[in-house]
Design a protein around this ligand. Structure first.
Ligand code: TRH
Length: 377
């Protein structure tokens, strides 16, 4: 498609796993599907290792699945133009090392430079996507926004993902995770959320259900609620049953296995950005716990998404607002909220599959990024 050969991607881990989760996914895809030589500069190898166990936290430079990974320690250093890639991507407006920018300015032709922004369903994104932003030394940077419409960069998605999902067999995978035959035939829900989610209230409701439900929680997530429910330290392998609810604590799995977990469950609670997108590709109903921001800015973002996603799913929208502590009609009667969600189950399942098809029509973020880059040279 292009004469681009090399791409450098700069990632700072603000917190948690989403920053490196997104960058790692993008880096791998650019190598595998587009044949680029990708260097991923990342400042936190320990977080990286949690989603990708092959990562050596002590290595300054390493090859992981054909991606060159460099431990990005500081902003110092002199770079030569030869070290600069054809495409340079800063994730979430990180500051590139000044020496790297100096070297970019000496390149002929100049590299294509992107600021890859965070995902939001808000409308203003369409007006900012692809906007140029002049930089020092005559360099030009362009904004690139992921999104849910054809006027944005789309969502990250590997070409083979849907095929893999269709061929996936949940039972052996869940057995490997330790699920018993009874858990296998129960309703399975994965739970990934921030610590302030009202998990204990939901556990109370699930306990009183008339059908067995197994909640699969990665270690460390909803730790207080899991400890209270299980009466143990909540380490991976912890299993506790009260009433209709079994809570099973899973190890934090490598990133590709997390997809499988989403595919294997009937309902997924996800958070942040990357798991949120993966839940959409899983084609299953999900509840999103959005990353909290100052002045409840995240509530606006949540509503913007729900306007697009849940127009015909009022119970899912209401549950989601409450789950995120956003103002909404009624009170926090979690039994009523859960029953409402259950009543919408079939519509939500059909909608999730339809939404996935709708999103597929916008291409994928990596492909869209490279197509746009080609127009800039
Ligand atoms: O971890 P997150 O909360 O990440 C982020 C960060 O907080 C970031 O600073 C913020 O900007 C962003 O949210 C909005 O949630 P997210 O984005 O879903 O990333 C989690 C990653 O961890 C994702 O790539 C999936 C992966 N993962 C595994 O690999 N194994 C697991 O067992 C689980 C639960 C997740």
């Amino acid at each position: 498609m292009t004469n681009f050969r090399r791409l450098d991607l700069f990632c700072r881990v603000v917190d948690n796993y989403g920053d490196i989760g997104i960058c790692w996914r993008l880096a791998r895809q650019l190598v595998r599907e587009h044949g680029l030589a990708v260097t991923l500069y990342v400042d936190d190898l320990a977080s990286f290792q949690r989603i990708c166990p092959e990562v050596d936290v002590a290595a300054e430079r390493q090859q992981v699945e054909e991606v060159t990974v460099r431990h990005w320690r500081d902003q110092d250093g002199v770079y030569t133009p030869q070290q600069v890639a054809d495409i340079v991507v800063e994730f979430f407006a990180v500051d590139l090392p000044p020496g790297y920018i100096d070297a970019m300015a000496q390149c002929e032709p100049r590299p294509v430079w992107f600021n890859l922004e965070g995902l939001t369903a808000e409308e203003w994104v369409e007006g900012c996507h692809r906007l140029p932003s002049p930089q020092r030394q005559g360099l030009m940077k362009h904004f690139f926004f992921p999104g849910f419409t054809e006027k944005t960069g789309g969502l990250l998605r590997e070409a083979a993902l849907e095929q893999q999902r269709l061929q996936f067999e949940p039972e052996p995978f869940l057995q490997q995770l330790g699920l018993t035959p009874a858990e296998l035939i129960s309703t399975k829900v994965s739970l990934f959320c921030y610590p302030h989610a009202p998990v204990s209230a939901l556990f109370d409701v699930w306990q009183q259900g008339d059908r067995p439900l197994t909640c699969l929680v990665p270690e460390g997530v909803a730790a207080d609620a899991v400890r209270a429910f299980s009466g143990s330290d909540g380490r991976a392998g912890t299993v506790a049953t009260h009433g209709a609810l079994t809570v099973r604590v899973l190890p934090f799995v490598p990133q590709p296995d997390y997809d499988k977990l989403l595919w294997a469950c009937e309902l997924n609670f996800v958070r942040g950005e990357d798991s949120f997108v993966r839940a959409q590709w899983a084609g299953k109903p999900f509840i999103w716990h959005i990353y909290p921001q100052d002045e409840n800015l995240h509530h606006k973002k949540l509503r913007a998404f729900l306007l697009r996603y849940a127009e015909n799913l009022p119970q899912l929208a209401l549950f989601s607002l409450r789950w995120n502590g956003a103002p909404a009609a009624g009170d926090d009667d979690w039994m009523a909220l859960w029953n409402g969600l259950q009543g919408e189950r079939e519509t939500a399942a059909a909608h999730a599959a339809g939404w996935q098809q709708q999103m597929l029509a916008h291409g994928d973020l990596a492909g869209n990024l490279l197509s746009f880059a080609a127009t800039l040279r």
